[in-house]
Design a protein around this ligand. Structure first.
Ligand SMILES: Nc1ncnc2c1ncn2[C@@H]1O[C@H](COP(=O)(O)OP(=O)(O)OP(=O)(O)O)[C@@H](O)[C@H]1O
Ligand SMILES: [Mg+2]
Length: 343
């Protein structure tokens, strides 16, 4: 998808970029897609997706769909205040679990013929977040889906359900799809990797976990090597979260990750802000949240810059080509690191 190649868009001037309608550049039958993926909990995956989804939809003009695959947790739904009865309503049959059903076409047909409108399955699954993007909440049935996928021997079949669902039902309705997955080893997560081929990894650096960067690299390499269908899996962006470049520790982590991910690191880290937590307590993102804290505006700007760059990368095949440092990924460096982690 050469969405933004040769588009001449003002990527380094957010104010000017905001005046553009990036949705107009995404072909009608395609979507830009990414999955937030890292084998560690609490790294800001859900918070990042919520904020970046709002920026993409509200400020950059991309019709955005968030998809939650985190089973019982459903943190994206909570983030936007879809809880209690609202969540119960939103997760009545059909749910995202049906996207993994072999008879999804029949379900879609049935909904079209039964309803007053010609809305098919997607209209039943996606709910508005109230801040721009739509959300398909997770379903508790996903655990069962994961088990039944294990019974399918052919990997091309086992891992392609979500890709087929997006291509058939979502691509012509949205421009951007951002997916939240739990853990990294499930069949459902593998479906998300296949469907997106683009990994977005938020990291919350820890002074004790010195192998964090190597583990991220090793995990992507391991998926690429183990599964033929993931040979073109791309680590598209690594974002340091809850890190301030104003502090000594923040600068230390930034240096460390810049060295490990000279190409993939996002333009800026996202700082720690009490306003993020206050906004979440009110079930909204910083973009809907009234806060006088200067840290709120700083964090908003950081989400903006990172979202614009993520979108640019998703729509520019070969964006890594020719960037200094990219060779390190394809050659011995990361492999050596992954061996180190494995020991
Ligand atoms: N910029 C920020 N400033 C302050 N707190 C933040 C920020 N980003 C995330 N957090 C907090 O960090 C915690 C973890 O965030 P989040 O739930 O988004 O992570 P996650 O990777 O989705 O976790 P899980 O693995 O449980 O799904 C939350 O309590 C959230 O409020
Ligand atoms: Mg989460």
């Amino acid at each position: 998808m050469n969405t933004f190649t040769d588009s001449g868009l003002p990527w380094d001037d957010y104010g000017a970029l905001r005046d553009e309608n990036l949705g107009a550049y995404v072909p009608d039958n395609e979507t830009l897609r990414a999955v937030a993926f890292v084998d560690k909990g609490g790294t800001s995956k859900t918070t990042s997706l919520a904020h970046m989804g709002v920026v993409a939809d509200q400020e950059l003009g991309l019709d955005t769909l968030l998809i939650a695959l985190d089973g019982k947790q459903n943190d994206l739904a909570t983030h936007f205040g879809i809880e209690g009865d609202d969540l119960e309503q939103a997760t009545r049959w059909p749910t995202i679990a049906q996207a993994f059903a072999p008879n999804i076409d029949q379900i879609d047909e049935r909904l079209r013929s039964e309803g007053d409108t010609d809305d098919g399955v997607l209209a039943d699954l996606a709910v508005p977040t109230g801040e721009g993007p739509d959300l398909i909440p997770a379903s508790e049935e996903l655990d069962g889906v994961d088990k039944s996928l294990s019974d399918i021997d052919d990997p091309a079949q086992r891992y392609s359900f979500l890709d087929d669902f997006l291509s058939q039902y979502v691509d012509d309705q949205y421009d951007l799809v951002l997916i939240d997955v739990p853990g990294s080893t499930s069949n459902v997560a593998a479906n998300a990797l296949w469907a997106t081929k683009h990994v977005f990894t938020p990291v919350r650096p820890s002074p004790l976990d010195t192998k964090q960067a190597a583990k991220i690299r090793a995990e992507i390499n391991e998926k690429r090597e183990r599964h033929d269908f993931l040979s073109d899996l791309e680590l598209t962006m690594v974002v340091l979260s809850q890190v301030s470049s104003q502090t000594k520790a923040g600068r230390y982590f930034l240096d460390q990750f810049r060295e490990a991910f000279p190409v993939e690191l996002s333009p800026v880290p996202v700082r720690d802000s009490q306003a993020v937590i206050n906004a979440q307590l009110e079930r909204e993102t910083l973009f809907a949240h009234d806060s006088d804290l200067s840290s709120a505006e700083e964090a908003r700007d950081q989400y903006r810059q990172n979202t614009a760059e993520l979108v640019r990368r998703l729509g520019t095949p070969g964006w890594k080509d020719g960037i200094e440092g990219v060779d390190a990924e394809a050659t011995s460096g990361p492999v050596a690191e992954s061996e180190e982690v494995a020991r």
